[in-house]
Design a protein around this ligand. Structure first.
Ligand SMILES: NC(=O)c1ccc[n+]([C@@H]2O[C@H](COP(=O)([O-])OP(=O)(O)OC[C@H]3O[C@@H](n4cnc5c(N)ncnc54)[C@H](OP(=O)(O)O)[C@@H]3O)[C@@H](O)[C@H]2O)c1
Length: 292
């Protein structure tokens, strides 16, 4: 079956982007899979999918890629802002380059790509923009605060954009997955390990506990295929939902946690992540200093 709809997806080098690309292609859509490295999407090209180079941190690269699709197809019906990076670090230890990389990719990249594509959708008076947010966007957690902040910004962008584009019959959908089995966490672990293993870090006394936390997220990950099937069903439903949640904790556990009073949330996270242990260590050391 050929569907007369053109889909542009960012960050198709692996995980969710690659899985969604294959799903749309299987359903007969004309798919443009983009990545900052063409090598990572060569397998998609080999099965007949259109591939493009697009680095969402580079405005010119976005413009070029979108223009290429418009020149070939005359329109883009669906945009999926999927490109993203993860980040694990305590705020005060985050290098400046990482601050910029995460915000540029996860937030500004999606905003700039949307601006470029939406002007064509506005002319057509139709379109669907899907932003891949995260459960992290509604529940800020220690050691992934930067990632959470980038996704919370994306969520705010999504929900205000939805109203602004509704007069033009353009739908805007926010997808909030819980942990999905992809490489995203593994990619940021070496950096996290290097920074926390430095005895100069004030968090060094609990670095082993902190380094274990991303491994817990990895243990909870669910297969990407289930996520993709479920998302495709909701895109094809007669009423596309504004928000789509999927995966461990996304519908109840983390939502319930986010409703708790902040003092209780702080208590739970301090215990879970080891910050209450660090406080005891610091107090004990302070006591020792007084005794000496
Ligand atoms: N997996 C999860 O548990 C989970 C949960 C919630 C939300 N998400 C979100 O889902 C999206 C996809 O992540 P994933 O889990 O599938 O991880 P992934 O396999 O690492 O995919 C992320 C993709 O984004 C690409 N990317 C990074 N920076 C880019 C840039 N500047 N320009 C263009 N592409 C760029 C990566 O390219 P390279 O291969 O070149 O690095 C990669 O192909 C992300 O937005 C992520 O935040 C994931």
């Amino acid at each position: 079956m050929i569907v007369d709809k053109v889909v542009l997806i960012t960050g198709c080098g692996g995980g969710i982007g690659k899985s969604l690309t294959k799903a749309f292609y299987t359903y007969g859509f004309r798919v443009y899979a983009s990545s900052r490295s063409l090598d990572s999407i060569n397998d998609l090209k080999e099965i007949g999918i259109n591939t493009l180079r697009m680095d969402v941190k580079d405005r010119l690269s976005i413009e070029r890629a979108v223009n290429e699709v418009i020149e070939k197809e005359g329109k883009i019906d669906i945009l999926i802002n999927n490109a993203g990076v993860s980040s694990f670090n305590t705020w005060i230890d985050i290098p400046d380059e990482e601050l910029e990389d995460v915000i540029q990719t996860n937030f500004l990249g999606a905003v700039r790509t949307t601006k470029e594509v939406a002007k064509h959708m506005i002319k057509e008076r139709t379109g669907l923009i899907i932003n891949i947010g995260s459960v992290a966007g509604f529940l800020p957690m220690p050691i992934s605060g930067l990632y959470c902040a980038s996704k919370a910004s994306l969520h705010s962008f999504n929900d205000s954009l939805r109203v602004e584009l509704s007069p033009f019959s353009i739908k805007v959908m926010l997808v909030m997955p819980g942990p999905i089995k992809t490489d995203i966490i593994n990619k940021s672990l070496p950096n996290f390990k290097e920074i926390l293993s430095n005895p100069e870090s004030p968090y060094y006394p609990i670095h082993k506990e902190l380094l274990d936390r991303p491994l817990t997220s990895i243990k909870n990950q669910v297969p990407v295929e289930g996520f993709t099937d479920s998302l495709m069903k909701s895109i094809f439903s007669s009423r596309i939902p504004n928000h789509f949640k999927y995966g461990p904790g996304s519908k109840f556990g983390l939502v319930f946690l986010s409703w708790l009073p902040t003092r209780l949330i702080d208590f739970i996270f301090s215990k879970k992540f080891g910050f209450s242990k660090l406080k005891s260590i610091i107090q004990k050391n302070g006591q020792n200093k007084k005794d000496n």
